[in-house]
Every structure is written in C-alpha cells, then in structure tokens.
Design a protein around this ligand. Structure first.
Ligand SMILES: Nc1ncnc2c1ncn2[C@@H]1O[C@H](COP(=O)(O)OP(=O)(O)OP(=O)(O)O)[C@@H](O)[C@H]1O
Ligand SMILES: Cc1ncsc1CCO
Ligand SMILES: [Mg+2]
Length: 264
C-alpha cells in the first residue's frame, strides 16, 4: 500500500495521448471566470474540444451529450452551483464521467460545503493541488488562496484515502504529481516552476484530465497520462520562454506539437 509509486512509463502516456487525439472528446466545462479561454485553448491544443455552457437551464441538457464534464469551483457563485449540480446529475444519468477541481477548498465555507456535498456524487476523478487534497480530507492545510503551500508527497496518503472512500481517482499535483485509485498509484516527476507563475495551468490540466477520462481503457493510466502530457509540455516550454506571458502561449504551441516520442 505504501510503496513508492512508479513513474508512469512513457509508452503508456504516448498510447493514451494517441487515443485522445483519435477520440477528440467534447468537454463540458463549468469552470472559473479566470481561466475560461486558457482552458478552452488548452483542450483544443491537446486535441480535445471545449464548450462552456453555464446557464442553469442549459447545463444539464449539454452535459448529457458531452463526452466529459469539468466542475471547477474557483469562482463559485450560488447560481453557478445550481448549474453544476444539474450538470452533474445529467452526466451521471448519461454515464458521462465528470471531474472535480476543488479550487481553494478549505478556508472558505461556501465552496468547501459545496465541494464536500458533490464528493458522494461519484466523480470519475479529482484533480487538485496538495493543499486542496489535504483540506478535502479534513487535514490542516497551508493553502494560500488558490495556491498550494503543501508538498504533494505529504498529501499522497490522503489522496489515496479520498480515492478509496469515494471510489474515484485522485491526481494531486505539484513538483511531483501523484495519481491514485487508492490502491495503485503512478507518479509524474516533470513540469517546471514556471507553471506556477501562470494562473490556470492546474485548472486547464483538470479539463485535460476530464478529456482523458472519456477514453476507453485503463482510466488510472489515462489520468496519469494527462498529468504527464501537461507537465512534459511545461518542462519543454520553460527554457524557451522569456517569462510567464510567452510561457503561456508557448505551452499551447507545445501541447499542440507534442508527440508520443516527447513523452518517452
Ligand atoms: N514546483 C513545481 N515544479 C514543476 N512543476 C510544477 C510545480 N508545481 C506545479 N507544477 C505543475 O504545474 C501544473 C499545475 O499544478 P498545480 O499543483 O500548480 O495546480 P494548481 O495549484 O491547481 O494551479 P492553478 O490553481 O493555478 O490552476 C501541473 O502540471 C504540475 O505538475
Ligand atoms: C486566481 C484565481 N482565483 C480564483 S480561481 C483562480 C484561477 C486559479 O485557480
Ligand atoms: Mg487549482
């Protein structure tokens, strides 16, 4: 149970990426106001398709036909919460996987109660930083707003526990990403510190995780592959960037150009 997770093999990540581009899943994103366009462009760059349908009277209708649903509570409002619950219910009825990004859960009461209330609604995966995973698991966390101040390795046992308790997958990201179903776990040691200097790399990754959840086959492998794809693209882009601005643009270009051999 507590053995060190193995690094996801490059070939597995490449196989999942090829499958993603073949299927080009349509991802219904109910996400925060900061990252809408970056998230949509990230999905398009990697080979999936986005749609941000947020009106409560349309959300359920759309999530029933999308291939995956993303629920990100970064700028949660009461009205957006209504859309999210309707979308989750419709996705569950249609057998569509949905992914939770519990942004800044912990210190803030409204979003924390909301996140805890949707955990039993069978998310296919949860993607969060270490502080958010600790908070979801009821542990003291050092998060500062939307940023993590905790180490993903420290959060791994709690990620495992959450995955087991809710029958879901948990991807806890940071310097090293860990992806677990409670029993099995993969690690992804890649990325670059520059990824924390652009807002929404984690939020966009959660949308990519949702896209990979739509694929047939080993979902734990696919979610780990999503983390690998994002982190690898970040690692390759950082040295070519003058700063966060060109990094954000370069990351999209790199995701678009990323080939299986870049992951090996
Ligand atoms: N110190 C680091 N070194 C290398 N890569 C990192 C580091 N921290 C985060 N990353 C990478 O950045 C991406 C986003 O992860 P992070 O944990 O920062 O998400 P987040 O805090 O939810 O981000 P946001 O809320 O801004 O969207 C992941 O691909 C992760 O691997
Ligand atoms: C900066 C910020 N504030 C609320 S959501 C968000 C995007 C990163 O999570
Ligand atoms: Mg986040």
């Amino acid at each position: 149970m507590n053995v060190e997770p193995a690094e996801l093999p490059g070939l597995a990540a490449a196989t999942s990426l090829a499958l993603l581009r073949q299927h080009a899943p349509l991802v219904h994103c109910l996400t925060n106001d900061v990252v809408q366009a970056f998230t949509a462009n990230t999905l398009l760059a990697v080979g999936a398709a986005p749609a941000m349908v947020i009106e409560p009277r349309e959300a359920a209708q759309f999530s029933a036909v999308a291939d995956a649903l993303l629920i990100n509570i970064g700028t949660l409002t009461e009205r957006r919460g209504v859309s999210m619950l309707a979308a989750i219910e419709a996705a569950n009825q249609a057998g569509t996987p949905w992914v939770l990004d519990p942004v800044a859960v912990g210190a803030l009461t409204f979003r924390t109660e909301f996140a805890l209330s949707v955990l039993p609604l069978k998310p296919a995966a949860i993607r969060a930083n270490a502080s958010e995973i600790l908070a979801l698991a009821g542990q003291p966390a050092l998060g500062r707003g939307v940023d993590s101040a905790d180490d993903s390795r420290h959060a791994l046992p709690f990620a495992r526990r959450l995955a087991e308790e809710y029958g879901t997958l948990v991807a806890v990201t940071g310097r090293v990403d860990f992806i677990t179903d409670g029993e099995r776990a993969w690690s992804v040691a890649d990325g670059d510190i520059m990824m924390t200097r652009v807002t929404g790399t984690g939020c966009a990754l959660s949308a990519v995780v949702a896209a990979f959840c739509a694929l047939p086959g080993d979902r734990l492998q696919h979610v780990a592959a999503a983390c690998r794809v994002m982190a690898r693209a970040g690692r390759l882009t950082a040295p070519e960037s003058a700063g966060p601005g060109s990094f954000a643009v370069g990351l999209l270009d790199r995701l678009y150009r990323l080939q299986g051999e870049d992951l090996q």
